[in-house]
Ligand binder design. Structure first.
Ligand code: SF4
Length: 367
């Protein structure tokens, strides 16, 4: 994997900066302001991705803020310019989902992913703007999805990865009814400056316990574990070199005003004396394809690519990790050409070690 691909597999769109919640670990700087994306921005993106969506496999991920806070009418207007080859996804806190939103998801065949951190007691960081727990409202939204038979994924932030937590979480998500689960160990990122270093053995044991819980009842696609198992199988087959894409997916994030941040959505809305505002252009003035073609000329991206090469040269986890995410390096170390971060230790190294520990503990005994 070298350099940045000129064509992404998906784009992230920010229909509004506003979020109706105020979670304590949130990284978004403008979540109290309602800056909405004009339809012209969606039109420019739709025109750019039309050729990429020709085979019907291109995704647009509506992210926020809270995308549903843009309102059905406005979100519908933003979806309108996209052709039939585009699959729409929405990442939502679920608190606004009701029967009308379910009808909207069905009409637009939107794939829904809900942010929820497990049972009520584990959601104490997910609060309303008034500081009240949001869990009951999240659950009401999930119940609406279930009532309407709308399949959904779940995204869970874990602030204390340790043994005992993983099995509890997995059982909870089995009961919730999601069909895909992603686990994010909390990250020091954006306006969330809480340290995210943890005891190595505890984090490894957390992941090992998660694999064990999943193997007992693998009804849910467990994103991190399935990826790890694919990697381990590829190493055993001798095909691990073919697993990572040849070039980094640029993951363009289109902010509400049309500005484009590549590689790490979490950098949108921030600026730095050395790197400026991290944007590589604006779709209202430059076609997205042209912005992507010049990606490697963006100074911070050039620095990040040097960091990825340093990872390739020195890290035994590179074939599994690919260099992780630019934003984690920046927010943890202030630079992009550094290598190890607490994020990659928690979510790449310890994840793989946990999967391998589980495999070692369950090796068939020789007779
Ligand atoms: S685990 Fe960390 S140091 Fe290793 S390749 Fe990934 S980002 Fe680089």
């Amino acid at each position: 994997m070298r350099g940045v691909a000129p064509v992404p597999t998906y784009v992230v769109m920010q229909p509004t900066t506003l979020c109706n919640l105020d979670c304590s670990y949130c990284y978004l700087p403008f979540r109290a302001a309602d800056k909405r994306m004009p339809v012209e921005v969606a039109g420019a993106v739709a025109a750019a991705i039309e050729p990429w969506a020709a085979d019907g496999r291109f995704s647009v991920v509506w992210h926020g803020g809270e995308p549903l806070a843009a309102g059905r009418e406005h979100l519908g207007a933003l979806l309108a310019p996209f052709g039939p080859g585009v699959e729409h996804h929405v990442q939502t806190n679920a608190t606004l989902i009701d029967d009308a939103w379910c009808a909207f998801f069905a009409e637009h065949q939107m794939r829904v992913s809900v942010s929820v951190d497990g049972p009520a007691a584990r959601n104490d960081q997910r609060v309303t703007r008034g500081g009240r727990p949001a869990y009951d409202r999240i659950l009401k939204g999930v119940e609406a999805l279930r009532r309407h038979d709308i399949p959904f994924s779940a995204l869970c932030v874990v602030s204390d990865p340790r043994p005992g937590v993983a099995a509890e979480l997995y059982d909870y998500f089995l009961g919730l009814g999601c069909d895909v689960l992603g686990i994010n160990v909390e990250e020091l990122e954006g306006v969330n400056t809480r340290a995210n270093g943890h005891d190595a053995a505890e984090v490894t044991a957390f992941w090992a316990e998660l694999v064990a819980a999943w193997r007992r009842d693998p009804r849910i696609h467990l994103r991190e574990v399935e990826w790890s198992l694919r990697y381990v199988a590829a190493v055993l087959d001798g095909t691990a070199d073919e697993l990572l894409p040849r070039r980094l997916d640029p993951i363009p994030t289109i902010a509400h005003d049309g500005s484009v941040v590549l590689l790490s959505p979490e950098l949108a809305g921030f600026s730095d004396p050395r790197y400026g505002d991290f944007t590589s252009g604006n779709v209202l003035s430059t076609p997205l394809g042209e912005i992507l073609a010049g990606a490697e000329g963006t100074p911070w991206i050039a620095e990040f690519l040097r960091g990825v090469e340093a990872c390739r040269a020195g890290c035994p986890y590179f074939g599994f990790c690919g260099g992780a995410h630019a934003a984690n390096r920046y927010f943890e170390t202030g630079r992009f050409d550094t290598t190890e971060t607490d994020h990659c230790r928690n979510s790449k190294m310890r994840l793989l070690e946990g999967v391998l520990d589980h495999a070692r503990d369950h090796e068939p005994t020789a007779v």
